[in-house]
Ligand binder design. Structure first.
Ligand code: CMX
Length: 134
């Protein structure tokens, strides 16, 4: 699998993006995506040659990112690894004793299918698997 992106929880995308765009010179995708199922707004910043950063802003305090900010403040929220077949990779990992959060993948940002492994099971790092759209 390849590292697809690093998710960073921020209080405000508008306040945080300047550091990444102006300071680090990363190119942002034109729009901010709302992932309704996760109650999160996402800004994708391209990190050449093949990964990106996602700035994550909660749309509600009871969302995963809202609770994370409330408890821990802004910071690295998750790592995401891309694969071609999330069902097959999840099944393989379940067979090895690694349990995903959800019984089946759900729609994530950018039309991907995603699932997560709880940080308590992954040595403290929330870990996402993602299957990009074909
Ligand atoms: N990284 C590391 N630790 C985390 C964490 C994170 N991102 N989120 C929560 N934790 C820790 C908490 O600090 C807490 O630790 P302590 O018990 O030591 O205090 C513990 O995990 C809490 O776990 P929980 O009781 O299961 O409760 P939460 O409500 O905090 O939920 C989780 C955690 C992983 C189940 C939830 O964040 C989740 O469902 N995540 C998957 C979906 C998601 O993250 N969506 C947002 C991104 C969407 C996108 O990329 O498009």
């Amino acid at each position: 699998m390849k590292l697809d992106h690093i998710g960073i929880a921020v209080r405000s995308i508008e306040e945080a993006r300047g550091f990444y765009e102006t300071g680090l010179g990363l190119a942002a995708e034109p729009g901010i995506e709302e992932v309704a199922g996760e109650k999160v707004r996402v800004l994708k910043l391209v990190v050449p040659p093949g990964t990106h950063i996602e700035l994550l802003e909660a749309m509600s305090p009871d969302s995963a990112v809202g609770k994370f900010i409330e408890k821990r403040g802004p910071g690295i929220h998750h790592l995401c690894f891309a694969c071609d077949d999330i069902a097959a990779e999840t099944k393989r990992m379940v067979g090895q004793g690694f349990q995903p959060l959800w019984p089946a993948p759900k729609p994530g940002a950018g039309g991907c299918l995603v699932n997560f492994f709880h940080p308590k099971e992954t040595h403290g790092v929330l870990t996402e698997l993602s299957q990009p759209p074909k």
